[in-house]
Design a protein around this ligand. Structure first.
Ligand code: 13P
Ligand code: SF4
Length: 305
């Protein structure tokens, strides 16, 4: 997109937003042009909290499906539009609602915790939802005599177990970006090359990776850390690294892995934001009975956050 068409696209988005009483929420991994046009950017928890506060007829969600679904659950009156209908999270599809039911049968009297990166059906079968920024706090709030089941992310579940000392039975799901593209070798190389840098990683990375890092945080946690510190090596999806480099051009902020790109987060372009608003495509609809059950696990999370 050349400068002139980018300018026209942005102006048209702004005009449509006013005319339609719409807001744009964007995740921290979106391309910079999309984050720049958004009314609010953040991690999964911040976006969910913002969705409860938004007073608009339309929420355009630049992110992946489970995030737009969470916004719809929390703000059912708004028309929630996902900017790309095929922007999913492969980890969210690594367990179904029926598999959660089976998992619970195998472990009666347990508390089921689902990562927000999950389908509405999975949330509907879970007791508590968590995000990467509050998983430890929420696991800590569960009575000690309870067995904890954690779906679908084995790594975030293991991280929460490490931090709380609780026994957690984890499902074997994972995020292909963090699990496969950010490796212990990347940390070893980074330590040798930049011994004066602090290494931050996301808790979706493998245990050997998060146990060797200096700081483990959600994308918003990383952004908050970067506001206060310099000389950072950031182990998460490249979109956040680019955002931090844009926010703090005077600081040394390097990616731990150049390969860590989430193709689903990159499906949304500025043009797609415009088309979504113009044609009101990608509307999220959720079966009412499932929505009611799923909302319980999210509400339980927000109350404890
Ligand atoms: P955050 O909630 O930390 O932004 O993480 C969302 C996600 O999908 C990470 O891969
Ligand atoms: Fe899902 Fe991983 Fe992409 Fe996050 S980075 S949306 S967990 S695939």
């Amino acid at each position: 997109m050349n400068n002139l068409s980018e300018k026209i696209t942005k102006e048209t988005i702004q005009r449509l937003k006013r005319e339609k009483n719409a807001v744009i929420l964007a995740h921290n991994y979106q391309i910079l042009e999309v984050q720049d046009i958004a009314d609010f950017t953040g991690d999964s928890l911040a976006l969910a909290q913002e969705a409860t506060r938004v007073d608009a007829d339309i929420i355009v969600f630049a992110g992946v499906r489970f995030m737009a679904e969470t916004a719809k659950l929390l703000n059912p009156k708004a028309k929630v539009l996902l900017t790309h209908k095929e922007a999913g999270c492969p980890m969210a599809d690594m367990i179904t609602g029926e598999q959660v039911v089976e998992f619970k049968k195998q472990h009666p009297n347990s508390v089921t915790v689902c990562y927000v990166n999950s389908t509405v059906e999975v949330k509907a079968e879970s007791d508590l939802c968590v995000t990467s920024s509050n998983a430890v706090k929420i696991v800590n709030s569960i009575p000690e005599d309870k067995t904890i089941l954690f779906v679908p992310d084995q790594n975030l579940g293991t991280y929460a177990a490490d931090k709380t000392g609780r026994e957690i039975i984890v499902w074997d799901g994972y995020c292909n970006v963090h699990h496969q593209m950010i490796r212990i070798e990347d940390i070893e190389k980074a330590r040798k090359k930049h011994p004066d840098h602090t290494i931050l990683v996301h808790p979706e990375c493998k245990p050997e990776v998060f146990r060797s890092a200096d700081v483990v945080a959600s994308t918003q946690g990383m952004q908050d850390y970067a506001a206060e510190h310099d000389n950072l090596i950031v182990g998460t999806e490249i979109g956040l690294v680019r955002k931090l480099q844009q926010l703090y051009p005077e600081k040394s902020i390097l990616p731990l892995s150049e390969r860590a790109t989430c193709i689903n987060m990159k499906k949304t372009s500025l043009r797609e934001v415009l088309l979504t608003l113009l044609e009101e495509t990608g509307e999220i609809t959720i079966d009412e009975t499932i929505a009611k059950k799923a909302l319980k696990s999210i509400d339980a999370m927000l109350k404890r956050s």
